[in-house]
Design a protein around this ligand. Structure first.
Ligand code: F6P
Length: 370
């Protein structure tokens, strides 16, 4: 039996925003229009469907090529996004007055059926792609597009947003070198990345950091302090340390801003500050902390991210046209390809300990604290 032809699709962006989301939206809308399909944008993940009353102009809106003109180079997402409230475990006030989690996926499927939406392009990270996989298993035609500055999604060479984040962090390190050197300080720079050290490693090497702490390699603070003292003895009175927010001391644990609770994942952050205090205590040198945080998620996507995002969006539309579902567009140099959402959902891609990039850091004399 052949797959029914597509006439109308929907697109949503979920999870933390990343530079390049608007480029995906533009590509999906324009490539759909080229095929005579309508494309509709869902607001704020699936909130546009789950809470229509919140949206004066409607939680789901038709998008035309004219509406997405000139957005590919802009940061954020014109559709809005959320990283709270996964529809499969939606925070809900239960009849007994307590808060619980309810599966709202049926409401999404019903909306698609009632509004004759034939398929969904879901742009997101691990959380959004897991939802996309579950919706596909429940019968919806879905294609996923991999987004995250953290680059921690499996089965794709890279995600869009990562290059922009690394470029910005590298720029910041370039600027911090001179002030750290002038004041003979230890400068600790904390970057996002959750449980993967991709941003820290790539920006740390590109930005000439002297030490990089990654979640993949629990660190020994004494080693780091000795590295700083050795540099001092060799006449280098300053040290640049990049700390991934998910880095942990050997035998210790992740530092959280906020523990996980109903509808929200745990919020990491604070390890940089702990490392700076400990280094100041141990080395007697003044240590300062800079947390790049959400600055890494903002701004205009680099040409690399913009192109990747446009390619991903167009490839998602081609996948739907070819009758595919339950797949994610992936970058597999020199082309894009398609991988099963089942092979991506719930899997995190950490920095491999045998990667040449990690080896490069060691060969450059960068201290990894392990
Ligand atoms: O997009 C992923 C990410 O940037 C992580 O690196 C970070 O831990 C998280 O988002 C922060 O999210 P929020 O916007 O909820 O603080």
């Amino acid at each position: 039996m052949s797959t029914p032809a597509i006439r109308r699709i929907a697109i949503c962006t979920g999870g933390g925003d990343a530079p390049g989301l608007n480029a995906v939206i533009r590509a999906v809308v324009v490539a759909s229009a080229q095929r005579g399909w309508e494309c509709h944008g869902i607001r704020d993940g699936f909130n546009g469907i789950l809470f229509p009353e919140r949206y004066v102009q409607g939680g789901v809106q038709r998008l035309t090529p004219a509406m997405v003109q000139g957005i590919a180079h802009t940061g954020g997402t014109v559709l809005g996004t959320t990283n709270r409230g996964v529809p499969l475990h939606f925070p809900t006030l239960l009849p007994d007055g307590s808060m619980g989690e309810v599966d709202r996926s049926r409401d999404i499927l019903d909306y698609f059926a009632q509004h004759q939406l034939d398929a969904l392009v879901s742009v997101g990270g691990d959380g959004s792609l897991s939802i996309a996989h579950a919706l596909h298993q429940k019968g919806l035609r879905v294609v996923g597009v991999p987004k995250t500055i953290d680059n921690d999604l499996d089965k794709t060479v890279t995600t869009f947003g990562f290059d922009t984040a690394v470029g910005f962090a590298t720029n910041c390190l370039d600027r911090l070198h001179s002030t750290a050197e002038s004041h003979h300080r230890v400068m600790v720079v904390e970057v996002m990345g959750r449980y993967a050290g991709w941003i820290a490693l790539h920006a740390g090497i590109a930005g000439n950091a002297h030490a990089i702490l990654l979640p993949e390699l629990p660190f020994d603070l004494d080693l780091l302090a000795s590295h700083i003292q050795l540099r001092e003895a060799e006449g280098h009175a300053y040290t640049m340390v990049v700390v991934a927010e998910g880095a942990t001391p050997r035998g210790g644990h992740t530092v959280l801003q906020e523990a996980a609770h109903i509808g929200q994942a745990e919020r990491l952050g604070g390890m940089g500050e702990q490392v700076a205090h400990a280094l100041q205590r141990q080395t007697g040198k003044e240590a300062r902390i800079v947390v790049l945080g959400h600055l890494l998620r903002g701004g205009s996507p680099t040409a690399f991210d913009r192109l990747a995002a446009l390619r991903f969006g167009a490839a998602a539309v081609r996948a739907l046209e070819a009758g595919m579902s339950g797949v994610m567009v992936a970058l597999a140099y020199p082309n894009v390809n398609y991988v099963a959402l089942a092979d991506v959902a719930g899997r995190m891609k950490a920095v491999p300990l045998d990667s040449d990039t990690l080896q490069t850091a060691r060969d450059l004399g960068i201290c990894l604290g392990a």
